[in-house]
Design a protein around this ligand. Structure first.
Ligand code: ZN
Length: 278
C-alpha cells in the first residue's frame, strides 16, 4: 500500500470520525495536497511555529495535530503576519496538516479515554453522550453502546482517596510541574468526572451525575468560585496537561497502521506556554 494523505484521512476516520466533531470545529485535512505520498509524519498537539520548524527540519510530509490550524477563517496569507507566515511555510515545504480535535475528544479511545485510564478510573462511562444529526435514535444508541461516544468521561477510583492526595497523584501521573485544586483538601473522592482541554462547560453535567471531583483545564476564577459554592471539587491539570497524553497514543496507532511504510515521529517541542515562577 502506498500511503498518501487520503489514506491517512481514511485511517483517521476509523479512530475519530469527522462527523463526531462539534459544529464550530474545524477538523480533517486542512493544509496541503492529500494526494502526496507520505513517508514521514510528525504528531503534535498544536501546529505552533516551533513544531512547524521541527517538521521542516525532519522533512516530514504531514503533521497530525489535535488542535486545528487554521482554526478560524483566514482573511489574508501574508509573510508579515504570524498565521500567514505559518501557512506559507507549510506550502513552501510541501507539508500537509491533518487535525482531529473534538472528534478525537468524543471518540472511543480518544483524549478523554486516554486521560481516564491514566488517572486510574474504572467503570468508565460517557459524561455527556452526543447525539449526531441525521441519525436515527436507534443508530445513535447502537453506536454509543458499541463505541461509547460523547464528551468527557465519568468513573470511579478503585480506592477512595482524599482530594489532596489524589491531586498529588494526578500531578505525578501526568508529569506536571503543578496543578490547581479547588475544594476541601481532606474530602474523600470516589467518583471522578473529566473533560480534557477547556471543559468547564461540563461542570454542570459532572454535578448532575454526583461526581466528587471534576478534572479539566483552563478553569477561570468565577468558575472556581461557582464550583466551591456548589460543593464539587475541581482539579485544573491544565489544557496542555490533560491533552499531551494523546501524542504518543496517536503516533503509536499511526505507526502500527503504517506497517513500516511510514516513519512516525512525536514532537519534542514542549507546547506548554505557561511557566511557573515560585
Ligand atoms: Zn485542546
Amino acid at each position: 500500500m502506498v500511503i498518501t494523505g487520503r489514506k491517512v484521512i481514511q485511517y483517521m476516520e476509523t479512530i475519530a470520525p469527522m462527523k463526531y466533531a462539534e459544529e464550530w470545529d474545524n477538523v480533517g485535512f486542512l493544509i496541503g495536497n492529500p494526494d502526496k505520498k507520505i513517508k514521514r509524519i510528525l504528531v503534535a498537539l498544536d501546529a505552533i511555529p516551533e513544531v512547524v520548524k521541527e517538521a521542516i527540519d525532519y522533512q516530514v510530509d504531514l503533521i497530525v495535530t489535535h488542535h486545528p490550524f487554521p482554526f478560524r477563517s483566514v482573511k489574508s496569507i501574508c509573510q508579515d503576519c504570524s498565521e500567514g507566515k505559518l501557512i506559507i511555510d507549510f506550502i513552501k515545504h510541501d507539508i500537509g496538516l491533518y487535525a482531529a480535535h473534538t472528534n478525537l475528544d468524543i471518540a472511543f479511545g480518544g483524549t478523554n479515554d486516554v486521560l481516564a485510564e491514566k488517572i486510574g478510573l474504572h467503570s468508565i462511562d460517557i459524561l455527556s453522550p452526543i447525539v449526531l444529526e441525521k441519525q436515527s435514535r436507534e443508530e445513535v444508541f447502537k453506536e454509543e453502546k458499541e463505541k461509547r461516544i460523547g464528551m468527557g468521561r465519568i468513573g470511579h477510583l478503585l480506592e477512595p482517596s482524599s482530594l489532596q492526595k489524589y491531586a498529588k497523584e494526578i500531578r505525578k501521573k501526568l508529569n506536571l510541574e503543578y496543578i490547581r485544586m479547588i475544594g476541601e483538601p481532606e474530602q474523600i473522592i470516589h467518583k471522578v468526572a473529566i473533560c480534557t482541554g477547556s471543559g468547564m462547560s461540563y461542570l454542570q453535567e459532572a454535578m448532575k451525575q454526583n461526581a466528587d471531583v471534576f478534572i479539566t483545564g483552563d478553569v477561570k476564577f468565577h468558575e472556581a468560585q461557582k464550583a466551591l459554592q456548589h460543593g464539587i471539587a475541581v482539579i485544573d491539570a491544565g489544557h496542555y496537561g490533560t491533552e499531551q497524553l494523546i501524542i504518543p497514543v496517536l503516533a503509536k496507532g499511526l505507526r502500527s497502521w503504517g506497517e513500516g511504510k511510514i516513519e512516525v515521529m512525536e514532537s519534542k517541542i514542549n507546547g506548554e506556554p505557561f511557566q511557573v515562577i515560585i
